[in-house]
Write a protein that binds this ligand. Structure first.
Ligand SMILES: N#Cc1ccccc1NC(=O)[C@H](C1CCCCC1)n1c(-c2ccc(Cl)cc2)nc2cc(F)c(F)cc21
Length: 233
């Protein structure tokens, strides 16, 4: 049985990533709002654009704390942020959805989201993803590392120095692999299942523009930042 050892520098890296992840969370909790009241499609759409806009801002702050990220080519930094923002939003939403909640709250939350204005056809893939994330019962460190690994995906469009990104991602993957082995010793496949979620996350990427433009209302208004990040308007 090989001894899995997280090195001192890997512990330091994990602490930096976790602190950054916790520091850069959106203050206002959308789940609480959705549990309190039923909103119209227009109000829900506005809530989503507000959440997504602040999510991009916190994503930039989080990413700046990833060791080595600021040493990457500046245009590659932008390409990585642009390429991962939607996935980070769905990953964040999944983590919010799979949080431990009082009895019956998750069902209410799901019902509210189902009636928020999103077209029916996207519900299954979206909730399948949320539930598959929930089944993993990730600890905070795993959530933070998974978000960092998503951002450091080398094959995003327009990334020039993919090897430089690969090297950063690999050091995150190595820490996550060891953490999974230590946190889930009975589940040798856990790390592989975690990475499998990233593949499922990419499929949601394909749907997101249509999810937004088919929101059951007319005249979809986006913030300038979202027009940049989401291929809309
Ligand atoms: N959470 C969260 C979150 C954090 C940062 C950025 C966006 C977020 N997501 C959101 O606010 C939306 C709300 C916005 C109002 C209308 C109902 C959905 N959301 C989404 C959802 C994101 C996108 C797209 Cl196209 C469809 C759905 N899946 C959610 C799951 C949850 F459990 C949850 F509470 C909220 C969730």
């Amino acid at each position: 049985k090989e001894k899995i050892e997280i090195t001192k520098e890997q512990q330091a890296l994990m602490k930096i990533i976790l602190d950054a992840y916790n520091r850069h969370q959106i203050p206002q909790d959308v789940a609480k709002k959705l549990l309190q009241d039923q909103y119209s499609a227009e109000e829900n759409f506005l809530l989503l654009t507000e959440m997504a806009t602040s999510q991009v801002q916190v994503l930039v702050e989080f990413t700046k704390n990833i060791p080595g990220f600021l040493s990457l080519d500046h245009e590659d930094q932008i390409a990585l942020l642009k390429g991962s923002a939607v996935e980070a939003m769905f990953l964040r939403s999944a983590q919010v959805f799979s949080r431990k909640m009082p009895k019956g709250h998750t069902e209410v939350l799901e019902a509210r989201i189902r009636k928020s204005g999103i077209s029916e056809e996207f519900m299954t893939p979206m909730f399948n993803f949320y539930k598959s994330i929930g089944e993993l019962h990730m600890v905070q460190e795993e959530q933070a590392l998974l978000t960092a690994i998503t951002i450091l995906t080398p094959d995003r469009p327009h990334v020039k120095d993919q090897h430089a990104v690969e090297r950063l991602q690999e050091s995150m993957l190595d820490v996550l692999r060891k953490l999974c082995a230590l946190q889930h010793p009975q589940e040798p496949q856990y790390f592989a299942r975690l990475l499998g979620r990233l593949t499922e996350l990419r499929t949601l990427n394909h749907y997101h523009t249509e999810m937004l433009t088919s929101w059951r209302m007319n005249d979809h208004k986006f913030t300038p930042l979202l027009c940049e990040i989401w291929d809309v308007q």
